[in-house]
Design a protein around this ligand. Structure first.
Ligand SMILES: NC(=O)c1ccc[n+]([C@@H]2O[C@H](COP(=O)([O-])OP(=O)(O)OC[C@H]3O[C@@H](n4cnc5c(N)ncnc54)[C@H](O)[C@@H]3O)[C@@H](O)[C@H]2O)c1
Ligand SMILES: O=P(O)(O)OC[C@H]1O[C@H](O[C@H]2[C@H](O)[C@@H](O)[C@@H](O)O[C@@H]2CO)[C@H](O)[C@@H](O)[C@@H]1O
Ligand SMILES: [Mn+2]
Length: 445
């Protein structure tokens, strides 16, 4: 079996430690020769790098090279896979994305609405620069991108790198939803074959089939979810925002008599209710900075001071979480050409036959060494088609605004977004967002 070289871009991300642990767990299926961690913040990179050194020494001693660096050339040469998970402006800017819209009476959310728009206009220039640089040093490597807002990043990469089928944009939310509801049903998520359509953070499961028997779990699941269920998986989902999100699924199930919505639809279908739940002084970014980010870095510091993991409280386990599992499974399917099915953000090309061919949809795809092959969905009902066309127009305008530096298109994008709508509000909001994002956004004229 071929040995691979991987670079994790955004090596200081709070998701990197689990991804590295997952690579150790999966070494029988996905062999590695070299791991590189790359971040543009050296202090963060140093901590995760020191952790990686201990982890691999104990769990992957046969790995030939472990490097951490802030130098692009050193990072990007001779790589087979780039896993990208950067957050331009870090969580401090996410806090602004969430708080500024709330000040204007709109939802403040990481990837949805005006917050997601602001984040998109920061991510796109950063991701494009990184991919240009990767393509200089490793022209044929696979670039598996998690960096958010994935819908906007994907629209930009489609335009700036046309035909580069080795750039794949992904999201872990549908798989997390399946994980959670598999545990509610008392089955294993790996036994599911999902039927799903939509855009990123804007989609619906139409069926959740049992791979072996073909049985559809969705009707039973909808019945169960009519009453809120206690979600008992990752500790992260015990945090207040996630608990409220999963509780709210029951309202969506009761109001709509078909499918299983992605949790993110709550922001578009109930914008007033969602805004009223927010605390303007303490948003999800604060929760993450005080919670998951701090806990992750505290854990790394403890491991570094112990100098070992074996025989301590920090042994790695088989259950490292679906974010890491999903990207490593995807890379494995490409490397070993196993053509497994994943939900991927990809060009429609008739897969949903009553929306435009250029639309970037999130649908089941087979993925192997020749890339992504979307599976047919057929036609979708008017309600979903209308929602998706409106949202995709917003995404396109957001990317136009960024790539063309167009104020007019930025304003149009915000007005089209279901969480903003009003032109007067959009203008005031845009003024504050432009001010807050100086140095990150391309200038708008
Ligand atoms: N697609 C999905 O479903 C999904 C799921 C979870 C997280 N994410 C995304 O993953 C990313 C990481 O999230 P996080 O919470 O770990 O953020 P984080 O801030 O903890 O980590 C991101 C890292 O990226 C680094 N970075 C920022 N700009 C960079 C650049 N230009 N070059 C190199 N490194 C850069 C930062 O220094 C930081 O260490 C975010 O974009 C987040 O939205 C996506
Ligand atoms: O508020 P956060 O930063 O906790 O989460 C925002 C992200 O939420 C989704 O990803 C989840 C994922 O579903 C779950 O399995 C676990 O791994 O945590 C992730 C992050 O919390 C969503 O898909 C991402 O796009 C968001 O960035
Ligand atoms: Mn996502």
């Amino acid at each position: 079996m071929k040995k691979h070289s991987i670079c994790i871009i955004g090596g200081g991300s709070r998701y990197t430690p689990d991804m590295l642990a997952m690579l150790c767990n999966q070494k029988e299926r996905f062999l590695l020769r070299k791991i590189v961690l790359y971040d543009n913040e050296s202090e963060r990179q140093e901590v995760v790098g020191q952790y990686a050194k201990i982890l691999f020494k104990e769990y992957y001693p046969e790995l030939e090279e472990v490097i951490w660096t802030t130098d692009e050339k050193e990072a990007f040469q001779d790589i087979d896979f780039a896993f990208m998970q950067i957050r331009a402006g870090r969580l401090k800017m996410r806090e602004k994305d969430e708080k500024i819209p709330l000040k204007h009476g709109c939802i403040g959310q990481e990837t949805c609405g005006a917050g997601g728009f602001a984040y998109g206009l920061r991510s796109v220039p950063a991701v494009i620069d990184l991919i240009k640089s990767i393509r200089i040093y490793s022209p044929k490597c696979w670039i598996l991108n998690y960096s958010n807002p994935a819908a906007i990043v994907a629209e930009a990469t489609k335009r700036v790198f046309p035909g580069d089928y080795r750039i794949i944009n992904i999201c872990d939310m549908p798989i997390a939803i399946m994980d959670i509801y598999a545990s509610v049903l008392g089955v294993n998520r790996r036994d599911f074959e999902p039927k799903y359509f939509g855009l990123n953070h804007f989609g619906w499961f139409t069926h959740v089939l049992d791979k072996k028997t073909g049985k559809d779990y969705l009707p039973k699941l909808r019945e169960i979810l009519k009453t809120p269920v206690d979600v008992q998986t990752e500790p992260l989902f015990q945090e207040k925002s996630w608990r409220l999100t999963f509780e709210f699924m029951s309202q969506m199930i009761n109001d709509y008599d078909e499918y299983l919505p992605n949790t993110y639809l709550q922001y578009y279908l109930y914008p007033a209710k969602m805004k009223d739940k927010e605390n303007q002084e303490y948003t999800r970014a604060n929760e993450v900075m005080d919670g998951n980010e701090k806990e992750t870095y505290d854990r790394l510091h403890k491991i570094i001071s112990l100098g070992k993991m074996h025989g301590t409280d920090y042994e790695i386990t088989s259950d490292v979480g679906c974010h890491a599992e999903y990207i490593v499974d995807l890379a494995t399917s490409i490397a070993n050409n196993t053509n497994e099915i994943f939900l991927i953000i990809t060009e429609n090309y008739g897969v949903i036959n009553n929306v435009s061919s250029e639309m970037l949809v999130e649908v089941p795809c087979r993925v192997g060494s020749n890339g992504v092959e979307p599976l047919s969905v057929g036609s979708i009902p008017t309600f979903y088609k209308g929602l998706m066309e409106n949202q995709y127009a917003y995404e396109k305008l957001a990317v136009d605004a960024c790539l063309e530096g167009s104020y007019k298109k930025a304003l149009q994008a915000l007005v089209l977004n279901r969480t903003v709508i009003n032109t007067d509000v959009a203008k005031e909001l845009l003024k504050d967002l432009i001010e807050a994002n100086k140095g990150y956004w391309n200038e708008l004229y």
